[in-house]
Design a protein around this ligand. Structure first.
Ligand code: NAD
Ligand code: MG
Length: 390
């Protein structure tokens, strides 16, 4: 039996992970499931999978969780510290699927106990790439990519040498506003930004797909995960979302990974790795598809994308500042205090301030410094928003 935990079990990635695990429950010993406000879902899944521990991030919901688990013998806990402790519970495989920088510390805890960390939480690598990688190395933990593009690259690289890689191309759907006239973006609503043309995902990553902040995080994730130079990473808009990524080798060969847009592929690959197993995903019918198209991302439509290279050039804690600023700008957009195109402008202003004012630009990458950077960047977004609101 493999001991598995799912951090962020109630979310989109978490539920897809549970869908796979629940198909062969005898193979898995479920150690911990975590969620936030969705207590009913968390408790139902903990019961169904016979988890040992269920944790909600909301401290004030502990009694509700206890009530929902009454008579099951499943341990209930609440709060951020309890979530980190869930990550630290000995397990062989841990899914990191909390959204945002809140996923960093629990993921580090999982690596510290030597688990294989299936990393959907791209924010971990963006905020603290070297810390995450060093933690894995020091404790014998393994990190596997779950983002579809990075899983695709990982698969295309199997048996290959990184030194022969000339470039990595990751694809972007272009998001909800791919074909909108540019002058309409200023009035784009939260609802409009929350509908993705191809993927069914959590709300935050869906809006980040429309702005390409998500792709921006993924470019940095590619740089951190595969150790490839920023100038060797390319992004192409591919509206069909069938090709997830391509790896270009020095002989000119491009190895592409294709598959239906279903996260259970990347999750399943990380779950069964190094084996490949049958997965319940749609098989592509190329003739029915007919054609695949690719185009250049327009910087005027996606100003957030270019910020990835600014962040990679500056390095260090800039990734943490960038991610936190992006998360907070998104909070303001969702709360209708900031217009859609202003998110990128605010984040860029915060990145500039971070370089000149924070005193953290050359600080060591420790969890404390990452969290302090995260805090400062969010505060600055709150200040900057006043200049951009309306
Ligand atoms: P989601 O919003 O659907 O789920 C997020 C999960 O995190 C939920 O279980 C929620 O309860 C929990 N959570 C939220 N705030 C928390 C906090 N402060 N502390 C602890 N737990 C908290 O998000 P999602 O779409 O499943 O995405 C999860 C992660 O996977 C993100 O990092 C996202 O970028 C990444 N990802 C998602 C997809 C996708 O298809 N959804 C694809 C690639 C990568
Ligand atoms: Mg992705």
């Amino acid at each position: 039996m493999r001991r598995v935990s799912i951090l962020g079990a109630t979310g989109s990635i978490g539920q897809n992970t549970i869908d796979l695990i629940a198909r062969t429950p005898d193979e898995y010993d479920v150690v911990a499931l975590t969620g936030a406000g969705n207590i009913g879902q968390l408790a139902a899944d903990a019961r169904r999978l016979r988890a040992k521990l269920a944790v909600t991030a909301h401290e004030d919901r502990l009694d509700d969780l206890r009530d929902a688990l009454a008579g099951t013998g499943i341990e209930a806990a609440a709060g951020q510290t309890a979530i980190i402790e869930a990550g630290a519970r000995p397990a062989d495989w841990v899914m990191s699927a909390i959204v945002g920088s809140a996923g960093l510390a629990p993921g580090l805890a999982a690596l510290e106990q030597g688990a294989t960390l299936a990393l959907a939480n791209k924010e971990s690598l963006v905020c603290a790439g070297s810390l995450v990688k060093e933690t894995a190395q020091r404790h014998g933990g393994t990190i596997l990519p779950v983002d579809s593009e990075h899983s695709a690259v990982f698969q295309a690289l199997a048996g290959e040498e990184m030194s022969k890689v000339e470039r990595i191309i990751i694809t972007a759907s272009g998001g909800a506003f791919r074909d909108w006239p540019l002058d309409r973006l200023a009035n784009a609503s939260v609802e409009e930004a929350s509908s993705h043309p191809n993927w069914d995902m959590g709300q935050r990553i869906t809006i980040d797909s429309a702005s390409m902040f998500n792709k921006s995080l993924e470019v940095i994730e590619t740089h951190e995960f595969f150790g490839i130079a920023p100038e060797k990473i390319e992004v192409v808009v591919h509206p069909e979302s069938m090709v997830h990524a391509l790896v270009g080798f020095e002989d000119g060969a491009l190895m592409a990974h294709l598959g239906a847009p279903d996260m259970r592929h990347a999750i399943g690959y990380a779950l069964h790795w190094p084996e490949r197993r049958a997965l319940p995903v749609e098989r592509l019918d190329l003739v029915a598809l007919g054609r695949l198209s690719f185009r250049e991302p327009d910087p005027a439509r996606y100003p957030a994308l270019g910020l990835a290279w600014v962040v990679m050039r500056r390095g260090g804690l800039c990734g943490a500042a960038f991610n936190a600023a992006k998360e907070r700008a998104l909070d303001h957009f969702i709360a209708r205090r900031l217009r859609f195109p202003s998110m990128a402008a605010v984040v860029e202003a915060v990145l500039d301030r971070f370089e000149t004012e924070s005193g953290l630009i050359d600080a060591q990458m420790t969890l404390d410094n990452v969290m302090q950077t995260d805090h400062v960047a969010r505060q600055w977004v709150d200040e900057e928003v006043k200049n951009w609101a309306g």
